[in-house]
Design a protein around this ligand. Structure first.
Ligand code: ADP
Ligand code: XUL
Length: 534
């Protein structure tokens, strides 16, 4: 039996999944998760973060992440009931942007981890900083401005790195650390991302960063997939030697360190470079070839797009990361997702059944009536002052308002993903609202593309395990030629049985309404521009 282990270190929990792959049987063999607040209470986290007096400062504990990895590995070894001698490879996914600061004591400590003592005891002295800023931190506005100015403005930084400067990105966080704690920065020999830190613990040696997570730093040359000297220079002195190398997402870092083998009776499985949760989700939602995007209809709505070239969003709201396939991906976030749909549902006293019937009962295009659905400040397009606007839409007409909110969301997604310039054949739909076929029909008609609902509860952890499998099975051996690993057909074989859209559930675009929406989308874009310029 061949087993592949994937982890996902998210804000609030660490999850593990084991895939079992045999001829004729491909299945999820085990899944387990530890919730930081409840299962590791001694770290005193609240929703996975260490409380801070400053609401803009959001940090977590690198020791907590290491401890969680140790304890969850124990759970896998003890509770999975699997013969783990068949474990071939391990990889992981982690919340993006967070950073871990290690001293020169880290490399020898990693090499000599003692299997008789818990991991966390052996790490206390290797930290140059006991707290890690994470993606929810918003305290680096001044550093963002300084970095953008030093590289020639926000557009220049976005062209170089895939994103203008964002507070949560690692570069601005590193600059802040250098400015506020120069001694701590001087003691730092290696700055890891959460992903490369956890991979280092598994391999017992400093691990590289992959281009998916590397692009979340404002420090990586997106096109070249290497650190960008101009961005490093704009961030902090002496940064280049402190950063891990950047390596392709399918790189084998090394064998699982003796610590894990001896402590948990595991084989010398190969440790594959970790990536960020969004790049891993790209794989876990099956976006492994051009022509596909994934749309997640969750608390917020998110688009993962596949890019064959390192194009960037001229408006500066989206991000472009490396894709674990070797190409690139976009991440476009809409804050008024389920939240806005729920606001409309609740305003008219409906449940999801009645919401779906309202969609059925109203004509596509809504007779030209429009809503700008900014119940909360919006990320894409950037709208700081919320406000719902109705054009030709009767606020008393429940069904028309239901249609208007869904059409607005789908048209906004279409408009703000157009910069990708990729042809679109199929959308993989995930998230809670993907259960609603009425919503998916609007999506199909607005985008003029097929929509396949996917039943993947945690695409990040699944993507991590699939990446582990891809790295070692696509072509045997550690030092594999790059080209075969990058082909979409190889990826499709890896996904088989795990990320398979159900063809009977596919929602097809209806040509007569695709043209209705082409016209309405232009009108919507004009209203959006008008509202934002006001
Ligand atoms: P999260 O972002 O928290 O992971 P999920 O992907 O689990 O969110 O989606 C949860 C959301 O799905 C709920 O907030 C709810 O608004 C929405 N939802 C659940 N069922 C339906 C439905 N039938 N129609 C529309 N939306 C739904
Ligand atoms: C992406 C982002 C989050 C984190 C945590 O830019 O900040 O999605 O990766 O999930």
């Amino acid at each position: 039996m061949s087993l592949y282990l994937g982890f996902d270190a998210s804000t609030q929990r660490l999850t593990a999944i084991v895939l079992s792959i045999e001829p004729g049987e491909r299945r999820v063999a085990f899944e387990a998760s530890l919730r930081f607040d409840d299962d590791l209470p001694e770290y005193h986290t609240v929703n996975g973060v260490v409380p801070d007096d400053d609401p803009l400062v959001v940090r977590s504990s690198p020791l907590l992440w290491a401890d969680a990895l140790d304890r969850l590995m124990a759970v896998v070894a003890r509770d999975s009931g699997l013969d783990l001698s068949g474990l071939q490879a391990i990889s992981g996914s982690a919340q993006q942007h967070g950073s871990v600061y290690l001293t020169a004591a880290a490399a020898p400590a990693l090499e000599r981890l003692d299997p008789r003592r818990p991991l966390v005891e052996q790490l206390a002295r290797v930290l140059a900083r006991d707290r890690s800023p994470i993606w929810m931190d918003a305290s680096t506005t001044a550093q963002c401005a300084a970095i953008e100015e030093a590289v020639g403005g926000p557009e220049a930084l976005a062209r170089l790195t895939g994103s203008r400067a964002f507070e949560r990105f690692t570069g601005p966080q590193i600059r802040k650390f250098f400015e506020t704690d120069p001694d701590g920065y001087a003691r730092t020999e290696r700055i890891h991302l959460v992903s490369s830190y956890l991979a280092s613990l598994l391999a017992g040696a400093h691990a590289p960063v992959d281009p998916g997570d590397g692009a979340g730093t404002n420090l990586m040359d997106l096109a070249e997939r290497r650190w960008a000297p101009a961005a490093l220079h704009a961030t902090a002195p002496g940064l280049a030697p402190r950063l891990p190398p950047i390596a392709p997402s399918w790189t084998v870092v090394g064998a699982l360190a003796p610590y894990w083998q001896e402590r948990y009776g595991l084989p010398p499985a190969r440790v594959v470079v970790w990536s960020g949760d969004n790049p891993c989700s790209l794989i876990g939602t099956g976006i492994v070839r051009p022509g596909r995007v994934a749309i997640s209809l969750g608390t917020s709505d998110t688009i993962f797009g596949y890019l064959t070239e390192p194009r960037v969003d001229p408006s500066g709201t989206s991000h472009v990361f490396g894709a674990p396939t070797g190409d690139w991906m976009s991440l476009i976030c809409f804050r008024n997702g389920s939240l806005a749909r729920e606001r409309v549902r609740d305003a008219y006293g409906l449940d999801w059944g009645a919401f779906a019937r309202a969609l059925d009962a109203t004509p596509p295009g809504n007779g030209g009536a429009l809503m700008l659905p900014w119940f909360e400040p919006e990320i894409t397009p950037q709208v700081l002052t919320p406000g719902v606007r109705r054009v030709g839409l009767d606020p008393a007409d429940a069904a028309a308002n239901v249609r208007a909110v869904v059409e607005a969301q789908m048209m906004a997604m279409r408009i703000h993903s157009a910069w990708m310039g990729e042809r679109l054949e199929v959308i993989h739909a995930t998230g809670g609202a993907a259960a609603n076929r009425g919503i998916l029909q609007v999506m199909a008609d607005v985008f003029g593309a097929e929509v396949c609902p996917l039943d993947v509860p945690n695409s990040a952890v699944l993507g991590a395990a699939l990446r582990a499998c891809h790295a070692v099975t696509a072509v045997p051996g550690d030092r594999v030629p790059e080209v075969p690993l990058r082909t979409a057909d190889v990826w499709e074989r890896v996904l088989e049985g795990f990320v398979t859209p159900r063809s009977e559930a596919t929602v097809r675009p209806r040509p007569e309404y695709v043209s209705v929406y082409a016209a309405l989308t232009k009108a919507y874009a004009a209203r959006e521009r008008e509202a934002r310029n006001r």
